[in-house]
Design a protein around this ligand. Structure first.
Ligand SMILES: [Fe+2]
Ligand SMILES: [Fe+2]
Length: 121
């Protein structure tokens, strides 16, 4: 029987990312939310990447490229001069949530399976 508690950190951190993303829908949301999202994303991606390196994960390169793409999207949003009005917040919230959902239930799930199967986890 598989023990999912072994990598509960991954699920908990994904949950944390979605919670920050939800804050973007608040009328009071400002760039600070994006900066928080950027910082927490960096923390989370770095940890996944540490595991991929440590376990010599075969899908590492594609996964890191995917992270790099998201890092770039967020960084551009943080630095953008565009005002965070309701319409813009909705656009970026939808975009980031869809991206993250695809990632978390796609290649992150594959990584999770791999970590769970790994004797060196
Ligand atoms: Fe992840
Ligand atoms: Fe990931």
């Amino acid at each position: 029987m598989r023990k999912t508690s072994d990598i509960i950190w991954q699920d908990a951190q994904h949950q944390g990312l979605f919670e920050i993303l939800d804050l973007l829908n608040e009328p009071t949301a400002d760039r600070e939310v994006l900066r928080r999202l950027e910082a927490y994303t960096e923390y989370h991606f770095a940890l996944e990447e540490q595991y991929m390196t440590k376990l010599d994960y075969p899908g590492r390169e594609a996964h890191e490229q995917s992270h790099a793409q998201f890092r770039q999207e967020i960084s551009q949003l943080v630095q953008s001069d565009q005002q965070l009005d309701a319409q813009f917040r909705e656009i970026i919230s939808t975009f980031l949530t869809e991206w993250l959902t695809r990632h978390v239930f796609g290649i992150d799930k594959e990584l999770e399976e791999f970590i769970l199967r790994s004797p060196a986890k």
